[in-house]
Design a protein around this ligand. Structure first.
Ligand code: C2E
Ligand code: MG
Ligand code: MG
Ligand code: MG
Length: 272
């Protein structure tokens, strides 16, 4: 009896596994054609100046409009795209759409584009960025590139060169999800960036957690001495905004101001 039940459980497990493998292959196959079929869209979420109540930039966020499935979030396809070598095409598409959209924005407003490790370590990444700027006519200082900490560590040698190329172009470099990667400080020492984005996990419990407030204050003090700008991600409440404002955090982003939207032109509500 026990044996029988065991086998039944294995069958359930097999079916589940088979289903997941099928889904995964299906997604991979569909993703292969997504760029060519024009299914990759770029949505935008404003980055605001918390002190001056104005929009300074907007972050480009990839979306996949998958037929019969609707709008797929990057959490469901970016990692797969990285694994199967499709991130280069997707990343270049988003970069190009973002640069073009940014040229229509109010003067001086920047667009901030996420760059995955796989893109950043490719030999011609500097050239890809240069091309996107040239094709769109966007001034380089109106392009920010967001790198996660793992992206920077992955291949120190090639990334150092790419860093220099990008700096020479005049684009601004940001570390995304700051505080969540391993050895954040190593990166600050090895590479010159302009901006830190404090990961939303440190903002979520800001009101309740003395601990998280201390960490955020520490990051702000560090950024101040290194002359880096700071964006706090994931601000959802006026209380979080007020706390960050009080701590001297200059920039913020989150559902309180705006959720990601299909248009790059910001519609932001500055609640009191
Ligand atoms: P990220 O770059 O850290 O972007 C922030 C994510 O938090 C976005 O999710 C955004 O919609 C969400 N968010 C913004 N404000 C709030 C808030 O107040 N509360 C909460 N709970 N969430 C908020 P999204 O658009 O699903 O993107 C997820 C991640 O996917 C991004 O994290 C980024 O790492 C990656 N990603 C998105 N687009 C691209 C892309 O074009 N290229 C690459 N390589 N990665 C991308
Ligand atoms: Mg980002
Ligand atoms: Mg982030
Ligand atoms: Mg994130």
């Amino acid at each position: 009896l026990a044996k029988g039940r065991g086998r039944a459980r294995y069958e359930v497990f097999d079916d589940d596994l088979r289903y997941r493998i099928h889904q995964r292959l299906d997604t991979e196959l569909a993703l292969r054609d997504a760029v060519a079929l024009g299914q990759i869209e770029t949505w935008y979420q404003p980055i605001v100046d918390l002190q001056e109540h104005r929009v300074v930039a907007t972050e480009a966020l990839a979306r996949w409009r998958r037929p019969e499935r609707g709008l797929v979030s990057p959490a469901e396809f970016i990692a797969i795209a990285e694994e199967v070598g499709l991130i280069k095409g997707i990343g270049t598409t988003v970069l190009s759409q973002a640069c073009h959209a940014a040229t229509a924005l109010e003067r001086g407003m920047a667009v901030s584009v996420n760059v995955s490790a796989r893109q950043f370590v490719q030999d011609d990444f500097g050239a890809v960025v240069q091309r996107a700027l040239k094709d769109s006519g966007l001034p380089p200082d109106q392009l920010w590139l967001e790198l996660t900490e793992s992206a920077v560590l992955e291949a120190i040698d090639s990334t150092a060169r790419t860093f220099q190329e990008l700096r020479a172009l005049g684009v601004r470099l940001a570390i995304d999800d700051f505080g969540t990667g391993y050895s954040s400080f190593t990166h600050l020492r090895a590479f010159t960036v302009d901006l830190l984005k404090i990961d939303l996990s440190f903002i979520r419990d800001l009101e309740r957690s003395d601990h998280d407030r201390a960490i955020v204050e520490g990051i702000l003090r560090l950024a101040d001495s290194l002359k880096l700008d700071v964006v706090a991600e994931g601000i959802e409440t006026t209380k979080q905004r007020d706390l960050l404002q009080g701590m001297g955090c200059r920039y913020g982003q989150g559902y309180l101001f705006s959720k990601p939207a299909p248009s790059a032109s910001p519609a932001v509500l500055f609640r009191t």
